[in-house]
Design a protein around this ligand. Structure first.
Ligand SMILES: *[C@@H]1O[C@H](CO)[C@@H](O)[C@H](O)[C@H]1NC(C)=O
Ligand SMILES: *[C@@H]1O[C@H](CO)[C@@H](O)[C@H](O)[C@H]1NC(C)=O
Length: 204
């Protein structure tokens, strides 16, 4: 095909017409510049120090765990260690499938025991019921008056005990399930002397 000047001009303008929607790119650039300016100003003004939490949590739970809440795997009330108590604090970030924990036990004595990878858990069950572990946290350590454990776990999770289909009880578990229904979960720790649980508490 022989291209005349008018044809070339027509083709050019057609190309430009197609390219026109990318004029939006200008807004994107401006937006990015504005963001950068905000960030630069924040950085200079020390504003960045204010209201900046280290981690963002969609939900936080502070759970008092006691011996009288313990339920055996068979589903029967089975008191834990007399006089023991626990404060289990959790923060959940749904987007990162992450849970941070700060656990303090007082009056829990002796070694830990559980078929799972650790003996300190969040299980799925309502108050008064037994249910499988979904998360296993490092066991609190320290003197018996004050054993502590803190850090964060990020999915995919693993607890080391299997369901009836032979899959790990944490397989496919997402922390958003806790946020959606906190009263359907409890936290506890198991010891050699109190295998069903030394203390237990519902997340809500
Ligand atoms: C954990 O919580 C206790 C109070 O229950 C607090 O004294 C301690 O500083 C917290 N630890 C961390 C790592 O935030
Ligand atoms: C769980 O099942 C896996 C295979 O799916 C197996 O390798 C593992 O030993 C089982 N664990 C337990 C505690 O039964």
């Amino acid at each position: 095909m022989h291209l005349t000047t008018p044809t070339i001009l027509a083709l050019l303008s057609a190309t430009l017409a197609i390219a026109a929607p990318t004029a939006d790119k200008g807004h994107g650039d401006k937006y990015q510049k504005d963001c950068k300016k905000d960030w630069d100003n924040k950085w200079k003004n020390d504003d960045w120090k204010k209201n900046e939490k280290l981690f963002y949590f969609d939900a936080e739970y502070v759970v008092k765990a006691t011996p009288d809440e313990v339920i055996s795997t068979a589903g029967a009330p089975t008191p834990g260690q007399p006089g023991a108590k626990g404060i289990f604090k959790y923060g959940i970030n749904i987007a990162e499938n992450t849970i941070c924990y700060n656990i303090t036990l007082s009056g829990v004595t002796g070694g830990y025991q559980s078929p799972a990878v650790t003996a300190t858990h969040i299980h799925e069950a309502v108050k008064g019921k037994a249910g499988p572990p979904r998360l296993a946290f490092p066991n609190p350590t320290g003197p018996d008056e004050r054993r502590t454990s803190y850090g964060c776990l990020k999915g995919p999770f693993f607890v080391g005990t299997n369901n009836t289909q032979g899959a790990d009880n944490a397989a496919g578990f997402h922390v958003k399930q806790i946020v959606a229904n906190p009263s359907g979960f409890f936290t506890d720790t198991h010891t050699t002397q109190f295998t069903q649980g030394a203390v237990r508490g519902q997340l809500a």
